[in-house]
Design a protein around this ligand. Structure first.
Ligand code: AMP
Length: 632
């Protein structure tokens, strides 16, 4: 018996759950479903988005609806059209084996008469945005006087968006004896007021700590000069080759400007804000869901409905005016059990906001430094090396091999690898040679605490930096990897620092006295059957400037003899990456490269429809217009 079967769900729901591939209930499901099935009760559930709350109320609701009665029996209110459609879709999936259950979505910006017609045909469940629902009630197009269940989803968001009046009016139109289930990530006063006014002795469940951010999200900040904000964003994108992110700006204008700059610089980005038409917004969201857009630059209001799983990073390009909004932003990542990172690019004058946010989310930020050009090159190289290793060969290529072998005849394996790598690396290195590294600011005495590496004196200078072949793919974030390393190596609390986790690999530092131990112990450890490989990175301390502005990692030329290292490990440059800057002559190159033939063009083709990056490079290179929303 799996855990869903123990919750008291019907056979038809269990069958649908099987189809959906849900193996175990999430925490909110485990807590809410038995309570809601057992009796008709009001409930307040504190749960973030992405915790599986739609199913937590959807499953019991479907089981309780009388499919033979075509009257409207349940109303689900949600903040945005996007969420509304998503919930409708989920409920349809959940109820696919229930005969006669109809769900209708009701939201602004679409034909009200058509929605009214759909309801008239007999919809037991209506999923609505508050504004449109109120409108329909006013026009007598819907009757909610018989409903048994009312669900307020993302109640804090709805109230945040100014729907208080509408919600109060709607609830007042519905029968007193109905059950109300309220789901909210936070419990601001307005939500508590609604609960008090309209609910009777609600059961309360909390997932995770009250008012705290999701524990699957780690929080980082980068302290930079205001003039470096945009460059910092680009470098963070370059240092995270698989980034799939929402980048938050404060105003529509900044949102549009940042998106335009990113597009110009060759990144797969798009803007999402209120000045776009609904059709444009739909188009952007479709591309984002399809991962043709890697960086969605959005305002808080426009991003409210974004409910996309597997967002790897939320980037606070600017902090929100209301720091409470930070919680909503960061909740866009770390969903459905996945790990996510919320990044803040911050200037010194805004630094105090970080501490205020820490108090709200009850989690600490890690202070990090913007990677140097050399570090980015290294990351990108290793990323491609991993990718080459994981690439499945399409044997179509066999037909061309004799001709290719002819051309490459006489080159040794080592030479060949070096040349393949150089095809990309030479141009990339040329860019970063030309561009100064960002001077990372230090929060210094303003934020002295024991966060990772932040309080260590001279923590770059004498330290040994390592590369290790485990990363977020193995379910590590910087905190868990640090713990794992400390435990495996039997090291003290502060002995492992500057842990930087990428998808297939990570970097970390120790003091040199531990180097022998790290190399010996870690190279003989297996993680789930895979041998761990650790190497000393030539990129000491991350190759970053230290807090005094001294360069600790060296530059590309001069003193550094081996900047593009690890050639021997089979690396090459990301064939599909179009995020490297275009100025300096190679960005535009990159956009066209996949079609030029040779090494770079073959990789994207062979990857076809996988969820890898070719889609990104194709996105703007091939058809820029549809993905580049214009202002209205
Ligand atoms: P929600 O919080 O309802 O927006 O759900 C977030 C995501 O988690 C959705 O894509 C759901 O389909 C998915 N999900 C919900 N419940 C489960 C579960 N028990 N196991 C795996 N995924 C789930």
């Amino acid at each position: 018996m799996n855990k869903f079967e123990q919750l008291g769900l019907s056979e038809s729901l269990l069958k649908a759950i099987l189809d959906l591939g849900f193996e175990n209930p999430t925490e909110v499901q485990e807590k809410a479903i038995p309570l809601l099935l057992e009796k008709d009760t009001d409930m307040v559930a504190l749960a973030q988005t992405g915790t599986g709350k739609t199913a937590a109320f959807g499953f019991p609701l479907i089981q309780k609806i009388d499919a033979n009665n075509r009257n409207t029996q349940a109303l689900i209110l949600s903040p945005t059209r996007e969420l509304c459609l998503q919930i409708t879709n989920e409920i349809k999936n959940y109820s696919k084996y229930e005969k006669g259950i109809n769900v209708v979505a009701v939201y602004g910006g679409a034909s009200i008469t058509e929605q009214a017609r759909d309801i008239k045909r007999g919809a037991q469940i209506i999923v609505a945005t508050p504004g449109r629902m109120q409108d329909m009630i006013n026009r007598g197009l819907v009757n909610i006087s018989q409903i048994n269940y009312c669900i307020l989803d993302e109640a804090d968001e709805m109230l945040n968006m100014g729907f208080y009046e509408d919600i109060v009016n709607i609830l007042s139109t519905s029968p007193d004896e109905k059950s109300t289930w309220l789901f909210s990530a936070t419990m601001p006063q307005e939500v508590a007021r609604i609960a008090k006014q309209f609910m009777h002795e609600p059961l309360e469940i909390t997932v995770g700590a009250k008012n705290s951010g999701s524990s699957t999200v780690s929080h980082e900040f980068y302290l930079v000069n205001a003039r470096d904000r945009y460059e910092a964003l680009k470098r963070l994108a370059d240092a995270n080759p698989d980034i799939f992110s929402v980048v938050f700006c404060r105003t529509k204008r900044d949102t549009q400007a940042v998106a335009e700059k990113l597009i110009e610089d060759g990144y797969s980005a798009a803007a999402l804000h209120g000045d776009l038409s609904q059709a444009q917004r739909d188009g952007v969201m479709k591309s984002f869901r399809g991962r043709q857009i890697q960086m969605l630059v959005a305002t808080d209001v426009a991003a409210r409905g974004i409910d996309v799983d597997s967002i790897t990073h939320v980037v606070n390009y600017q902090l929100p005016d209301e720091i409470e909004t930070y919680n909503h932003r960061s909740g866009r990542t770390g969903r459905a059990g996945k790990l996510g990172t919320s990044i803040v690019i911050v200037t010194k004058s805004e630094l105090r906001k970080i501490s205020s946010i820490e108090r709200i989310i009850k989690q600490k930020f890690e202070e990090k430094t913007i990677p140097s050009g050399i570090e980015i090159c290294e990351i990108q190289l290793l990323h491609l090396a991993n990718k080459i290793k994981d690439t499945e060969v399409d044997h179509e290529i066999d037909n061309y091999l004799p001709a290719i072998n002819n051309v490459l005849e006489g080159l040794s394996k080592e030479e060949l690898i070096k040349k393949m790598v150089s095809v990309e690396f030479n141009r990339f290195i040329a860019y970063y040679k030309k561009n100064r590294d960002i001077t990372n600011q230090s929060s210094g005495s303003e934020r002295r605490d024991d966060r990772d590496g932040a309080a260590r004196p001279n923590n770059n200078g004498g330290a040994t930096r390592y590369f290790v072949n485990i990363g977020s793919r193995d379910n590590f974030d910087w905190m868990s990897l640090k713990d794992y390393l400390k435990e495996t190596l039997d090291l003290g609390r502060d002995d492992v620092f500057k842990v930087d986790v990428k998808e297939g690999f990570s970097f970390f530092n120790t003091d040199p006295e531990h180097t022998d131990k790290v190399m010996e112990v870690l190279n003989n450890v297996q993680l789930e059957g895979r041998r761990i490989n650790v190497e000393i990175s030539k990129n000491d301390g991350g190759g970053r400037r230290d807090h005094n502005g001294r360069s600790s990692g060296g530059g590309f030329g001069g003193g550094r003899s081996s900047a593009p290292r690890r050639e021997g490990s089979g690396g090459g440059f990301r064939s599909d990456r179009n995020s490297a800057p275009r100025e300096g002559g190679f960005r535009s190159d990159r956009n066209s490269a996949p079609r030029e033939g040779g090494f770079r063009s073959s990789a994207p083709r062979s990857e076809g429809g996988s969820d890898r990056a070719p889609r990104r490079s194709e996105s703007f290179g091939d058809s820029p217009r549809p993905r580049r929303p214009r202002r209205d």
